[in-house]
Structures are given as structure tokens and as C-alpha cells.
Design a binder for this molecule. Structure first.
Ligand code: HEM
Length: 442
């Protein structure tokens, strides 16, 4: 049985938010940091509270901490040492493994997430712009009363219009495929892979290989928690659209190229099920839009090239141990939309995402290292993920086709990493325990 009263809502639910802000914080002293945390506690929804009041609520708050942040709150060294090594090192130290080199190197990140002084993130999701303004003002006001907690940077999030379905700045429908946790109350839709043991995402539960690893200590701190990889990914929309125009003569051909990079049409329709032409009704239908595999339906990639983003990030029935590699995705778009037909304006826009999993190394880092950036994944030879791979303009992209495949040489980078960090997402009991650190037991 999942402890719905303890698990932070973001792990099990997605807030119906059109706006948001991420606030990156540093703590000057442990007492001051804990006083701020005490004041924040009542604003954080558990998974149960979220589900019960989602229709009425207008804002949703999540708190998470870096390893340095746990120390800055007063967690002792013996306990800090029990956290996994990759989390202790932090995302910047893992740059080589993650493929964050060249243009994606932390030296090029624009916010302060690479700073060792980054201690916490507050995720404020708001139903709309008005709720966003109120929520931001309330947190700013709280910070004025807690001088030892300082803002390093903030990032405002806003959905891209039209608002009736979630999509990114390139125009791809998003939030279609998500792992379903056993005991969460959610039902897997056809093709989405069945239930996954809770321990793959939440600490303290059995995972797909057995009872689950030893918890970081003390258990009150780690149980019902999870790890979050934060990625701020700039999307070069002008470059992306110019590429589609170069590669396709007609609007239909351009749409097909866009689909051949992602594995789904921009409408969300999967190429496996709609290989020749788009089918927006299929893309919008949750009973059908995940109901496919690759092994029998498209073994050679004639519909979905082996290198597409979704075939890499979830090879489905063509990978061993797939249930050990799933990830929960949350996040939102930031920056103004670039109107269709407009020249690139040089303004940064993109996706600021959280990848949530019980093991950063086995799930997120493996995906980045092998699926996204290994040039010979699927024996492709000279390719990386066309959407999020580290592209330096020298790599290929192959689109299988009969009788002759299409090979694009010199694929440009459509995205770049502009910030990132590893966070621990404690349960609510752990948040209270952290807030009370240093106090004599009652
Ligand atoms: C700018 C960056 C990104 C864009 C534009 C993007 C876009 C998309 C889109 C449109 C889908 C298909 C919709 C869906 O299945 O929900 C998708 C699926 C997915 N993406 Fe990304 N994504 C980005 C970054 C990432 C990152 C950083 C990760 C993890 C490291 C990731 C992991 C996944 C996974 C696991 C899926 C589901 C595949 C499936 O189950 O079939 N994506 N992405």
C-alpha cells in the first residue's frame, strides 16, 4: 500500500497548471533554513490531499533539496554518506556521463543551478497567470521574513497556446506515455506496459528486482522520497523549422520529417500506427495512442526510425529489463512561443523538466549515457537522439526507407542544456523531520 499521505503529490499526480515558477535557493545558516522550511510545510500537498482537492486548488507546491542542501539544513555527515554517489556528486560532476560537453557543458548554463551553493528548489505550479502572480508574491513575501534563505535564480513557466492540449515549442503533443505505478490507483492504458513496482520510483517499496535497495539513513528521511534530475533545455525553434523546410518540399513532407525525428506526428499519433499520414484523432485518444510495440510491428524502423526520440527513450518490447529503466516526467515549457512564420528572435525558450526515479544512475543517467548519446546505440554508428542528443553538427540521422534509406548528414542541435541539478524529493514526514532537526526531542 502506497503511503499517499506522505508522498509529495508531484510523484503521483500532475497538476493542471498553465503557469509556474521554479525558485532556486541557497541557505545561509541551518536554523534560518529550517525556520523557512517550517513555514513552507503546510503549503506542500501530499498525493492524497492533491487528489482530494485538485478541482478547487489553484496552486501546488513541491520542495526538494540538493545533497549540499541537506547538509545546509543540518543533516549529519554519517547520514549524508548513505546517499547514492551520483546524487552526492551532483549533476555538474556527472557532465561527461550525461553528455553535457561542448555547447551543453555546465560552463554554458545560464542560471545558478550549477553552483555548489544551490540548496533547494521550490516548484510553484499555478492553475493560471493570476494564481501564479499570487503564489509568487506569497513566496517572495515569505522570503523577506527569512533572510538566511536567498534566491539564486528563478524560472517562470507558461504553457504554449493553444491551451487545450500540452505541447512543447516545436509543436509536439506531450504527456502521452507515462509509467503507471502499482498501487497508485491509475490504470495502464493499452500498450503502456502494465504496472511497475513502486520501488522503481519511490524509496522504501519493492522494485522490479525484489525488495529494493537499502535506504539512505535515517529511514524517516528517505522513505517515500525520490530523486529528481532537473534539466533546463533550450529549444531552437527557428532552427528546427528551417531544418524542416530544408528537408521537406511541401508542408506534408515537413510534417513527416518532424514525425521521423520524434516517432510520433506532432499531433501525438504514433508512427507505428500511422506510418503514412497523420491521424490527429489517434494522437488524442489515450486508449489508442500508446497501443504499439516495435519488435513485431516495426523491427527495422521503416515506420519509426531506430534513432527517434521515443524509440530511444522507451524501446518498449525491443529492450531487456525495460521496467528497470522507466522514468516519471514532469515539468513545463518556458519562454514566449515563437509565432509560426516569424524569424528566430534570439529569445530563450524551451522545456524545464524533472525526471523522477528511485535510481538516478540506473534510470536517468543510463538513458542519457546510452539511449541519448551513445553514437552506436542500436548499431546506428554515428547518431545521437535527434531531439536531446549532444549534436555538434557532425552526426547523421538515418531514416530507413525502401529501396534507399534517407541519410541526413550534419544534423543541427535543436536543443541545448542551459541548467540542471540533482534533487532529493523527501516525503512529508521527512520534511517535518528536517524542519525539526536540531530541536531536542519532545
Ligand atoms: C526539449 C527536450 C524534450 C522534448 C522536446 C521532448 C519531447 C517528447 C515528446 C513530444 C514525447 C512524446 C510524448 C509522450 O510520449 O509523452 C516524448 C517522450 C518521452 N521523452 Fe522526451 N522530450 C524532451 C526531453 C526529454 C528528456 C530530457 C528525457 C529524459 C532523459 C525524455 C524522456 C522521454 C521519455 C521516457 C518519453 C516516453 C517515450 C515512450 O514511453 O514512448 N525526454 N518526449
Amino acid at each position: 500500500m502506497l503511503d499517499f499521505d506522505d508522498i509529495q503529490h508531484i510523484l503521483l499526480t500532475r497538476a493542471p497548471a498553465l503557469n509556474g515558477r521554479y525558485v532556486f535557493l541557497t541557505f545561509r545558516d541551518p536554523e534560518g533554513a529550517r525556520a523557512w522550511l517550517s513555514a513552507m510545510l503546510e503549503t506542500v500537498h501530499s498525493a492524497r490531499a492533491m487528489r482530494e482537492s485538485v478541482a478547487r486548488d489553484r496552486r501546488w507546491v513541491t520542495l526538494a533539496f540538493t545533497w549540499n542542501g541537506l547538509r545546509a539544513l543540518g543533516v549529519d555527515e554519517a547520514s549524508l554518506a548513505t546517499f547514492p554517489e551520483e546524487f552526492r556528486q551532483g549533476m555538474v560532476a556527472r557532465a561527461e556521463i550525461l553528455g553535457d560537453t561542448g555547447a551543453n557543458h555546465p560552463d554554458n548554463w545560464v542560471d545558478d543551478t550549477k553552483s555548489p551553493d544551490l540548496h533547494a528548489i521550490v516548484i510553484l505550479f499555478a492553475r493560471d497567470a493570476e494564481a501564479h502572480a499570487r503564489c509568487v508574491a506569497a513566496h517572495d513575501e515569505l522570503l523577506t521574513r527569512h533572510e538566511s534563505v536567498q534566491m539564486l535564480s528563478t524560472l517562470d513557466l507558461a504553457a504554449t497556446p493553444p491551451f487545450d492540449y500540452a505541447h512543447d515549442h516545436f509543436g509536439y503533443r506531450d504527456r502521452l506515455s507515462q509509467p503507471v505505478i502499482e498501487g497508485s490507483g491509475d490504470e495502464p492504458t493499452p500498450g503502456s506496459g502494465g504496472f511497475i513496482k513502486a520501488g522503481e520510483f519511490i524509496l522504501g517499496y519493492p522494485d522490479e528486482s525484489g525488495p529494493g535497495p537499502r535506504l539512505p539513513q535515517p529511514e524517516i528521511l528517505s522513505r517515500n522520497g525520490s530523486f529528481m534530475a532537473y534539466r533546463r533545455l533550450e529549444e531552437h525553434v527557428g532552427r528546427f523549422r528551417a531544418f524542416l523546410r530544408e528537408q521537406g518540399q511541401t508542408p506534408d513532407e515537413q510534417e513527416l520529417i518532424a514525425a521521423k525525428l520524434m516517432g510520433r506526428w506532432r499531433s501525438g499519433a504514433p508512427l507505428v500506427l500511422a506510418p503514412e499520414r497523420d491521424d490527429p484523432a489517434l494522437g488524442a485518444d489515450p486508449r489508442r495512442n500508446n497501443d504499439f510495440g516495435y519488435k513485431h510491428q516495426d523491427p527495422h524502423g521503416y515506420a519509426v526510425p531506430l534513432g527517434t526520440h521515443i524509440r530511444r527513450m522507451n524501446p518498449r518490447d525491443t529492450a531487456a529489463n525495460m521496467n528497470r529503466r522507466r522514468m516519471i516526467r514532469r515539468g513545463a515549457t518556458y519562454g514566449p512561443p515563437l509565432p509560426e512564420g516569424a524569424a528566430d528572435d534570439g529569445v530563450e525558450r524551451g522545456i524545464a523538466a524533472f525526471v523522477i526515479c528511485a535510481s538516478l544512475i540506473r534510470q536517468f543517467e543510463f538513458a542519457q549515457n546510452v539511449w541519448v548519446n551513445d553514437k552506436s546505440f542500436h548499431e546506428l554508428g554515428n547518431e545521437r537522439d535527434p531531439i536531446i542528443g549532444n549534436q555538434d553538427g557532425t552526426l547523421e540521422y538515418k531514416i530507413p526507407k525502401r529501396p534507399i534509406r534517407k541519410t541526413i548528414t550534419g544534423l543541427p542541435a535543436f536543443t541545448n542544456v542551459r541548467g540542471g541539478a540533482y534533487f532529493f524529493l523527501p516525503g512529508l514526514r521527512a520534511l517535518r523531520w528536517l524542519a525539526a532537526l536540531g530541536q531536542a526531542p519532545a
